[in-house]
Design a protein around this ligand. Structure first.
Ligand code: CA
Length: 230
């Protein structure tokens, strides 16, 4: 699966340069010009793997946005690289103290930025980069969008695939229906909670043909968990 990066930069030339450089390195990019649009993007989409965030933005500043996201349980883990034209040591400390994962001073070399992105993502234990994720007998090919058990392809919808992908990369943790809706469907999806149940039921039915349906466990009063342990 491709690493996706959201770029937040108000200067057109720099934003376009970033998009070009990152895309050339095989990263998938989305770009917006301010923090408000970034929040909207995050609300509407499956979260990216990393944010490249300019410090000096009109409206909500990069620092403010970082603080806000790092306080939000949903986005806490989302790595942020802060960009700034200011090079003083004091600023750097301020940048990292606000919760940013790394900090770069403009002008920077594209090569260094790519290296930093990869380092930050590695440090965060990014799992999505592996093409095939396995859990017990189940294999999920993130590139070819295929789910299989014992080399037999399972007939799942794109949503069910994403749900399995989420479960397999977040094993042994309980997620509420709301959380699953946020992560799998996107935050502004306006889908009812019982939609989750419908898809889980269908997934279990498919998995039951291979005796794997018990991997998706109902945790009463909380939600669902995917676990190889009973
Ligand atoms: Ca700026």
């Amino acid at each position: 699966m491709q690493i996706t990066i959201l770029i937040i930069e108000d200067e057109d030339a720099i934003r376009e340069m970033l998009v070009m450089v990152l895309e050339q390195s095989g990263l998938k990019t989305f770009a917006v010009a301010n923090a408000e649009d970034a929040l909207q993007f995050l609300a509407d989409n499956v979260p990216p793997d990393l944010l490249i965030l300019d410090w000096m933005l009109p409206g909500i500043s990069g620092i403010k946005l970082t603080q806000r996201l790092k306080k939000d349980e949903f986005y806490q883990q989302l790595p942020i690289i802060l960009l700034t034209a200011r090079g003083e040591e004091e600023d750097k400390i301020k940048g990292l103290n606000c919760g940013a994962d790394d900090y770069m001073t403009k002008p920077f070399s594209p090569k260094e930025l790519i290296a930093r992105i990869k380092a930050v993502i590695r440090r965060n234990g990014y799992q999505g980069k592996e093409t095939i994720i396995s859990a017990g007998k189940i294999n999920l090919d993130q590139e070819q969008h295929r789910l299989s058990i014992d080399n037999q392809n399972l007939d799942v919808s794109p949503t069910e695939f994403r749900l399995m992908q989420f479960f397999m990369t977040h094993q042994d943790k309980v997620y509420s229906r709301t959380q699953l809706l946020d992560y799998v469907w996107g935050r502004n999806s306006y889908v009812e909670e019982r939609t989750v149940d419908v898809h889980i039921r269908r997934l279990r039915k498919i998995l039951s043909q291979h005796k794997c349906d018990t991997l998706i466990q109902t945790v009463r009063g909380f939600g669902y968990r995917f676990s190889l342990m009973g």
